[in-house]
Design a protein around this ligand. Structure first.
Ligand code: HEM
Length: 141
């Protein structure tokens, strides 16, 4: 029994972590969707740079909340989750989405929205949706 095992059986702690996880997902994916729609030309009257600064800033804060709550949930039952195929696939997808985001910004980010960058934003949305599917599937395996 690890130091965080009490969380898994606690009547409030684990559900509260799931609530924080879902709130973080909403902030992350909701703001990425807003930014990516603008990159694809939706809401073209909105100035891109300030919109990107706000939406990507909130998305990053959302990811930090998701990662913190997710790691605590993981630490409460690591053996079970390591054996859960959906959890492993989801973590692989989180790594792929993170790598795609890092490459987008390394290429110049908002200052260089060429065809490759737009393709990366489409890939980003697809990967985060796949992460959500993987996360939801954890409970069914
Ligand atoms: C970054 C590290 C992350 C870790 C360590 C992590 C870990 C977890 C764990 C342990 C669960 C609980 C499984 C259960 O008991 O049912 C979970 C659920 C979930 N995760 Fe994550 N997660 C992470 C990131 C994400 C991200 C980035 C997303 C979406 C963009 C996401 C989406 C979900 C969803 C949709 C659920 C199901 C929530 C529910 O049914 O209440 N996770 N995650």
């Amino acid at each position: 029994m690890g130091p965080f095992a009490w969380i898994a059986g606690h009547p409030f702690a684990y559900p509260l972590l799931e609530v924080l996880h879902i709130f973080g997902i909403a902030a992350l994916v909701g703001n990425l969707l807003l930014f990516e729609l603008r990159v694809w030309g939706v809401g073209a009257q909105l100035p891109l740079a300030p919109l990107a600064q706000l939406s990507l800033g909130v998305a990053l804060a959302g990811f930090c909340l998701v990662a913190a709550s997710g790691l605590l949930m993981f630490a409460s039952q690591p053996t079970e989750l390591i054996a859960n195929y959906a959890f492993l696939v989801k973590m692989g997808l989180v790594a792929a989405a993170g790598t795609n985001a890092a490459m987008f910004h390394a290429r110049g980010g908002v200052a260089r929205l060429d065809r490759v960058a737009r393709a990366q934003t489409a890939l980003s949305l697809g990967l985060w949706i796949a992460v959500i599917i993987g996360g939801r599937w954890i409970a069914y395996l």
